[in-house]
Design a binder for this molecule. Sequence first.
Ligand code: EPZ
Length: 434
Amino acid sequence: MTARTAARPGEPRLLVRGGRRLSGQVAVSGAKNSALKLMAASLLASGTSVLHNVPDIQDVRTMQEVLEHLGAVVDFADGTMTVDTSAVQSHVAPYELVQRMRASIQIMGPLVARFGEARVAMPGGCNLGPRKIDIHLRGLADMGAKVRSDHGFVEVTAAKLHAIDMFLDYPSVGATESLLMAAVMAEGTTTLENVAREPEIVDLCKFMVSMGADITGAGSSTLKVNGVREMQPAEHTVLGDRIEAGTFLIAGAVTGGEIEVTGISPHVLDLFLSKLRSVGVQIAENTRSIKASGDPASYTTVDVATLPYPGFPTDLQAQMMVLLSIAGGVSVVTENVFENRFGFVDELIRLGADIRVDGNHAVVTGGRSLTGAIVRCPDLRAGAALAVAGLVAEGCTELREVYHIDRGYERFEEKLRGLGAEVERAGSGFDSCA
Ligand code: EPZ
């Protein structure tokens, strides 16, 4: 294995030894991309909301810090979180928290809805692209808010928000959530068209309806919100994480094992599962679980284009690229959601993949046998994909900058070991693959 710049002593790394078939059952955790928004939505009411099936991951801990910074009291243990917002008095999300996790900006809508003001550090870009929030801000301004930006902050103030009819330029997940949370107590009936339809949006709507909101159309492209005077705290169970489920299903497929993910309904992964079937992976579906198995030698090509839900999820693009790298034939992967989501391709090539990137297309020549190497996780989902690649690479793969994985996957290596993987976290000393 060629050495790279030595890891700093104590820097956490994952060591993955390839060649083991993964088999067994794994329960997915609650969805990161729902839990974070439910936590923000709890600000809409004064009192204590209770959330169950909350994943204990870094991003949830960061959002807990954001809420506590605002004055909320948060308790979180064994997957259950209580959020008491009765003493919230600050309306500022500071730079160091937003810079650590851009989803912190999701407190903007609820703070303006309940308190009439929010001051949020502008989220920087990230490895995936500029990550603009223009649709969020345009909608809030149309609802009567004054939007100013200075010194790297966005300040949104409004004596009272009023309903709007808005056609979103793009079905942005975050903008849909911001505008939904702003509209639930706005005067009048808001109609939002061309909204995101992700299952996590449906989960957020369910929670806010249980808080007293009047929302119709959840899961469709048009949401109607009749503003109510006040919201009440509520109790809710976070839906299963479909991206974690897809990650483990691909881990089973590439290692030629048989994996059943539980705590997830298959219909939230329809197109993804049909793409796995096209490759030659056997998929068995039950109401609350999905099983994947197959022989990697029999896998063939399939083209993939990421799109907003119900299209192929961009958060499973990297994991799919690993599967296509070992399947026979040539596949084309097109990334339509983010401007720059092929950052991990160079790392996958270090493991032996044959991929050529041209703009937002990646041409994957399959049939490759991967070999272990030191690789760097450029972002959360790419990190998980590189770990999956390590499971099938000959020898040992050392993943660096694994804090990205810790942001969104609960007990990642423990769950992989439970399926038979040889993976361990090396932090102390210089123990490495060598
Ligand atoms: C959410 O990000 C998820 N994050 C992402 O998951 C996911 O990849 C993405 O939705 C798409 O499904 C969370 O929920 C915390 P978007 P979000 O607004 O809300 C452009 C993961 O790994 N856009 O739908 O930021 C934007 O630049 C993460 O779990 C605007 O132009 O996604 C991007 O190109 C990664 N203006 C595209 O839309 C806006 O005002 C999609 O962004 C807003 C967005």
